[in-house]
Design a protein around this ligand. Structure first.
Ligand code: PFF
Length: 449
């Protein structure tokens, strides 16, 4: 029998869950989505999506996870033995593993940029004015991402880092890491928010932020906001089911869900001015270029270039590391519980194959760029399959399972099995039963189209 791990403190469990939620999704996906979808109006829709849909679905995941007390597959099996419902748990486990495999690569990019900022290599040749910085940073990004040994080495470094944390277990590994890194992350976010607000273009950025154009809210904007909200809150990936199994019985789930969602939104909003202060004109810049081209250019024009650049990429690295750890834990917990393995064996079984799988993603912009699946390079294929298809399906199944088949789980867990109903019970149940599955279905269909 595998010993049941638990988080040691309330702060620790919130830090770990927020650590999962705050990731590259906040730092580069959110600003890019906001720009591409009409700016401040998108922001309002996004906040509504988090509050009205994100929090109830998060509560459904928490409830299933804590009452299941095991991995995602085991949680479904506990309540529906001898039915195919375990597949609804297997889907997020598989999706999480695929996402983990290519997210490791992106996390590796952040490590490379952090190191290059520290050594100054990223800015070599910029100060003498020999080249246009934008072109130069673009070329540097392409050269690196399309290379072989660089992305591979950094991806492997991230896999080893994850292994190091996960081997220590839930309390000594994940919780301790989050307790240290989350405060650091918020300090860095605050620093960048203040610095960017003092930049010459800050007022332009703020105007953009505070002048919503409601005519820009189209169905597509709502669909994108919902997709972003789910991605940012780490929903549908089995992470919250897995983490909630480590929550003590007296943890107040509603309070935790609200805290995590607010902190996640706060992180996205704090980083927004920094990421957009110079990139506003380029509305069609995708996230990658925004972070790896536009921002180095911003830093190159600031005094103490290397310091700001190093701190920013450290922020990204921290955000990526706490997210990869959380998503890897989904598979570790699954292997540990389903196959009755020790934690150590489970960590190795999960992380070692990534040396091959992540490598395929790492090389898919370079030597493997001709290898296409459904017209996409391997990295983009995994991203599209997992994010646009598997995650929404997993969330719909979760809502049906918790909302219709086992509503007692949500009710009991929300009120911590006290006699009195929780005041959020009815609205949350309504959203989980009706609103969330229908809207996620729209996201799924539009993703497919
Ligand atoms: N909430 C995370 C983010 O915003 O980046 C989503 C995530 C992606 C978590 C990938 C974990 C992960 F490995």
């Amino acid at each position: 029998m595998v010993e049941k791990a638990k988080f040691g403190s309330k702060i620790g469990l919130v830090a770990a869950t927020v650590g999962s939620a705050i990731g590259l999704g906040n730092v580069w996906r959110f600003p890019a989505e906001t720009q591409a979808n009409g700016g401040a109006a998108f922001l309002i829709v996004y906040v509504l999506c988090v509050l009205i849909l994100g929090i109830p679905v998060m509560l459904a995941e928490f409830s299933l996870g804590r009452s299941g007390g095991t991995d995602a597959v085991g949680a479904y099996r506990k309540f529906s033995r001898r039915t195919p419902w375990w597949l609804a748990g297997a889907l997020p486990v598989l999706a999480a593993y695929l996402i983990l495999s290519f997210y490791m690569v992106v996390a590796g990019w952040t490590l490379e940029y952090f190191l290059q900022s520290l050594t100054g290599a990223l800015y070599a040749g910029v100060a003498d004015g020999s080249a246009s910085p934008t072109g130069l940073f673009h070329e540097r990004m392409r050269e690196y991402i399309c290379g072989t040994s660089g992305p591979l080495l950094n991806t492997y470094a991230l896999i080893v880092l994850n292994l190091g944390v996960l081997l220590f277990g839930v309390r000594k590994g994940i919780e301790r890491l989050s307790n240290v890194l989350m405060p650091l992350l918020f300090v860095l976010l605050l620093v960048f928010c203040c610095v960017s607000l003092s930049l010459p273009k800050a007022s332009e950025g703020l105007k953009f932020f505070f002048s919503p154009d409601f005519s820009k809210i189209t169905p597509a904007v709502v669909v994108n906001a919902l997709g972003q909200a789910f991605f940012s809150l780490s929903l549908g990936m089995g992470i919250l089911i897995t983490y909630a199994a480590y929550y003590p019985k007296d943890t107040r789930l509603a309070k935790t869900a609200v805290t995590v969602s607010l902190l996640d939104m706060m992180a996205a909003i704090l980083i927004f001015p920094a990421v957009t202060s110079f990139g506003l004109g380029d509305a069609d810049l995708e996230g990658t270029a925004l972070v790896f081209v536009t921002l180095p250019e911003v830093f190159s024009r600031m005094p103490a270039t290397q310091v700001w650049s190093s701190l920013f990429f450290l922020l990204l690295l921290v955000a990526a590391l706490t997210s990869t750890v959380s998503i890897a834990e989904v598979s570790v917990s699954f292997v540990q519980n389903r196959f009755h393995r020790s934690r150590r064996a489970a960590c190795l079984i999960v992380l070692l194959p990534l040396f091959v799988l992540s490598a395929l993603s790492a090389m898919s912009f370079g030597v493997l760029s001709d290898w296409k699946l459904c017209g996409l390079v391997f990295f983009d294929f995994l991203d599209t399959l997992a994010t646009n298809i598997m995650l929404p399906v997993a969330s719909i199944l979760l809502c049906v399972f918790i909302g219709w088949r086992h509503p007692g789980v949500l009710r009991g867990e929300l009120s911590n099995y006290s006699e009195r109903d929780h005041r959020l019970q009815r609205p949350v149940e309504f959203v989980v039963r009706w609103v969330a599955p229908c809207l996620i279905l729209v996201v799924l269909i539009s993703g497919l189209l």
